[in-house]
Design a protein around this ligand. Structure first.
Ligand SMILES: NC(=O)c1ccc[n+]([C@@H]2O[C@H](COP(=O)([O-])OP(=O)(O)OC[C@H]3O[C@@H](n4cnc5c(N)ncnc54)[C@H](OP(=O)(O)O)[C@@H]3O)[C@@H](O)[C@H]2O)c1
Length: 380
């Protein structure tokens, strides 16, 4: 019988507790909470050592979130010889190399399937396909909040600010939506995905990232007229120079599967040499979908999984200079660079010739200083 120590008992932790309590192959031993939460369950403790020194607890589930003290707590658990399952993408993206190494050194298993795609079994299938295939690329709609916003704006003629407010009321968006709408959340998931796909440890903070904060209903109308749908896309591909990984709004033709991913759903795909394209669709967040993936990781450990999804985490450069495509760009200050790559002009927007992802992101970051509302979207 697997005995769990939970770090955190909020949305996901509570879900893990509920699922585990109904099973006969695992049980929750102790739950680490903050002092104000001690009354939520008879198994709560407020001192991490009560879990670390409890030899009957073989596996820690970290669902408290944040980077510190989660990193210190998870490191202590690995050093204490406990397997760790986490849903914490911020932690894994920031300490990817270190956590894999620590698990290996201590002969324990480290898993984080719920950290990318919530309830979608993405990382496990990514590691499975790698047993046979070489991955060419990974990409996806990996953030439910932004997908809800973009889907709503596409379905009705509504402004970004109004949809964001509604998403907050429905619980799809946080009170501070920055991490979602500026692409930081999806960037963390991309960093972990390219890690597992390509054995690569990349500097998450350096991944070129442009969010959807500036998208307007006029942009969405222009996309409608083009027969396209806008999604916030995370993309990663191995190139001879390193990993081309980036996050940007992308307009897909309406016949692409990505275009029909509605409301807060996620869809994540890989392309590999034998399997071809395989896509995984489902709930990217939520108490029980996410807890389901955490419990599944625990079952994989019970079944004998004894490592991370890959043993290698080679520090790898980001190489967005080697991938190019056309862009939709809207700005009220057209400069020499934009003029030099413009192929088609619309009402307040242009379509560019293929331009490197690195150049477009660098230009847009600078352009924000003179036009804070600048918006662009990659064209697929
Ligand atoms: N919710 C989802 O749908 C979802 C989906 C995928 C992944 N995740 C990830 O899962 C993790 C947990 O998310 P969540 O939504 O369950 O968050 P949550 O509801 O805020 O739960 C976290 C719990 O941990 C507690 N906590 C914080 N610091 C602690 C500490 N030092 N010691 C003990 N307890 C502590 C919090 O207490 P206070 O509330 O008092 O701070 C809270 O009760 C995050 O990393 C998140 O990114 C969540």
């Amino acid at each position: 019988m697997m005995k769990l120590g939970l770090f955190g008992y909020g949305v996901v932790g509570g879900g893990v507790g509920r699922i585990a309590d109904g099973r006969d192959d695992m049980e929750v031993g102790r739950i680490l909470v903050l002092p104000h939460e001690v009354d939520v369950d008879p198994r709560t403790v407020t001192n991490i050592n009560d879990i670390l020194t409890d030899e009957s607890i073989d596996t820690v589930v970290e669902v408290m979130g944040g980077i510190h003290p989660a990193f210190e707590f998870v490191s202590s658990a690995l050093k204490a010889g406990k397997n760790v399952v986490t849903a914490n993408k911020a932690l894994v993206a920031a300490y990817y190399k270190e956590l894999i190494a620590l698990a290996k050194e201590n002969n324990v298993t480290f898993r984080c399937t719920a950290a990318v795609g919530g309830g979608i079994p993405w990382l496990v299938n990514l590691s499975r396909v790698r047993r046979v295939d070489t991955i060419e690329s990974v990409w996806g709609i990996m953030n439910g909040t932004t997908n809800y916003i973009l889907s709503s704006m596409t379905a009705q003629d509504v402004d970004f600010a109004d949809v964001l407010k509604k998403a907050q009321e429905l619980g799809y968006a946080e009170a501070d939506p920055t991490a979602d709408i500026d692409g930081h959340d999806i960037r963390r998931k991309l960093a972990i995905s390219v890690g597992v796909a390509f054995d690569a440890a990349v500097e998450e903070a350096n991944i070129p990232t442009f969010g959807i904060r500036n998208v307007t209903s006029a942009d969405i109308q222009a996309f409608r007229n083009m027969g396209r749908t806008c999604k916030l896309l995370a993309y990663g591909q191995m190139t001879p120079d390193g990993v081309a990984a980036y996050v940007e709004p992308t307009i897909f033709t309406n016949d692409r599967l990505e275009a029909s991913v509605g409301t807060n759903y996620n869809m994540i795909s890989y392309k590999s040499n034998n399997a071809g394209i395989q896509s995984f669709y489902g709930q990217g967040a939520g108490r029980f979908p996410t807890a389901y993936n955490v419990v599944s990781d625990c079952l994989d450990i019970i079944a004998g999984e004894d490592s991370f999804y890959t043993d290698k985490a080679e520090p790898t450069a980001l190489a967005c200079g080697s991938v190019s495509h056309a862009y939709y760009v809207r700005t009220n200050v057209c400069d020499e660079f934009l003029s030099s790559i413009t192929e088609e002009k619309g009402e307040g927007w242009v379509i560019t010739a293929p331009v490197s992802v690195e150049k477009m992101h660098a230009w847009a970051q600078k352009q924000k200083e003179i036009d804070a509302g600048v918006f662009f979207a990659g064209i697929q």
